[in-house]
Design a protein around this ligand. Structure first.
Ligand SMILES: [Zn+2]
Length: 238
């Protein structure tokens, strides 16, 4: 017949292994919101880049419109002055008017060059906006699928957690109450690591050398023995 203390220790080891998984699962669960926040931030950053580009494009288009308006006003002026040419009385007035017209026309041709340059700029940035929009749509899609993966992972972890908590509780409930209570108490204090294997005559959890009497009692295997230093339940890992 198996020694009941050894049987209890075997159950405790199973409980500890589940507690270790519970701890690990909690850690993984805790990482998910951080990962999600990081992904959202990355996406937001990419979105800002697109918005900035669209803003620059709009500003450039506005400047182009202003220049076009200026040109059409100046062309109107040229037309008006052209009309006045036939009405002037003196040569002096005539040549002054002609000079004014020539100067306006020269301004206008510079303006036209500027407008053509601006149109090219607008075309280029429009194309860039389009490409950036496509890129963002793709990136956004991939982020969405990563977010969905995280949700699935979250759900799986939650299910697994419920399952192992139940298993652990069942194991502890089958133990003699004083041992179950002892285990629960230590596990709570030691974040689920209530058991420590003994290495020779040293507690492997706190590295404290055990007294010969403790080693002796442990070897007799008649009762559950705890480490006098870290309070964990000791066992020989054979
Ligand atoms: Zn110890």
């Amino acid at each position: 017949m198996t020694n009941p203390v050894i049987q209890n220790l075997e159950s405790l080891k199973r409980a500890q292994s589940l507690d270790s998984e519970i701890h690990q699962t909690h850690v993984l669960q805790g990482e998910i919101p951080e990962t999600r926040a990081r992904l959202n931030q990355e996406l937001e950053h990419k979105k800002t880049r697109l918005t900035d580009l669209e803003k620059t494009c709009k500003e450039l288009q506005l400047k182009l419109k202003e220049k076009e308006l200026e040109l059409s006003q100046k062309e109107g002026q040229v037309k008006k002055l052209d009309g006045q040419l036939s009405q002037v009385k003196t040569n002096k007035e005539y040549s002054a008017l002609q000079q004014e017209i020539a100067s306006l026309k020269a301004d206008n041709s510079l303006l036209e060059e500027e407008i053509i340059k601006k149109m090219d700029e607008v075309d280029a940035i429009k194309e860039e906006v389009l490409k950036e929009k496509e890129r963002f749509a793709e990136v956004s899609k991939s982020y969405q699928s990563r977010d969905q993966d995280l949700s699935i992972q979250e759900k799986n972890l939650q299910n697994r957690l419920q399952e192992i908590i139940k298993q652990r509780e069942e194991i502890v409930a089958r133990l003699p109450p004083e041992i179950g209570d002892l285990y629960n108490r230590i596990a709570m204090k030691k974040e689920g690591f209530a058991l420590a294997p003994v290495n020779g005559d040293v507690c492997s959890a706190c590295q404290m050398q055990l007294r010969p009497q403790v080693v002796n009692e442990l070897q007799l295997g008649e009762q559950i023995i705890t480490c006098e230093n870290c309070s964990r339940i000791l066992f020989y890992d054979v």
